[in-house]
Design a protein around this ligand. Structure first.
Ligand code: 5GP
Ligand code: ZN
Length: 139
């Protein structure tokens, strides 16, 4: 499996950096975003290192998609948002900050005023962990 020693998500896959893990299978990993826009904001990544959609094999996209459906349903049940976006960014013009393919699962609220290219603000780790518990219990 391809891996980049300088990539933060590859380090998470390898267990060298901790995460609030929600789910994993052979090809994918889901974990809480450490700078959540809203409660329940999490990521699904391919375990192998592909920087963007443009390098990603279709099979890996399908595997990420399977995990995303499963995790998004649990997020939706855990935090009961008004809606939920899947967001996936490629390249600096799309404000991709981690060049390892990933999908954002992003609960949304009516009138939350969210602009898609948000600034990163550190989250409360205790709260992130508590929300992770609620989602994991539904997986
Ligand atoms: P992008 O900007 O590439 O679409 O999204 C990358 C996401 O990864 C950001 O929302 C950011 O908060 C998240 N992120 C960056 N570094 C880490 C980390 O070390 N751990 C976790 N859990 N999330 C991270
Ligand atoms: Zn990587």
């Amino acid at each position: 499996m391809s891996s980049d020693p300088n990539c933060i998500f590859c380090k998470i896959v390898a267990g060298a950096i901790p995460c609030f893990k929600l789910y994993e299978d052979g090809e994918t990993l889901a974990f809480m975003d450490i700078n959540p826009v809203h409660d329940g904001h999490c990521l699904v990544i391919a375990k192998a290192h592909y920087p963007t959609l443009f390098e990603l094999p279709a099979e890996a996209f399908a595997a990420v998609g399977r995990t995303a459906i499963k995790v998004a349903k649990a997020v939706n049940a855990a935090v009961s948002p008004d809606g939920l976006n899947l967001i996936q960014s490629n390249g600096p013009g799309a404000a991709q900050s981690v060049p390892h393919f990933h999908l954002h699962i992003l609960p949304r609220w009516k009138n939350d005023g969210l602009v898609v290219n948000w600034a990163l603000k550190p989250g409360d780790r205790q709260r992130i962990g508590e929300v992770a518990e609620r989602i994991r219990a539904l997986l």
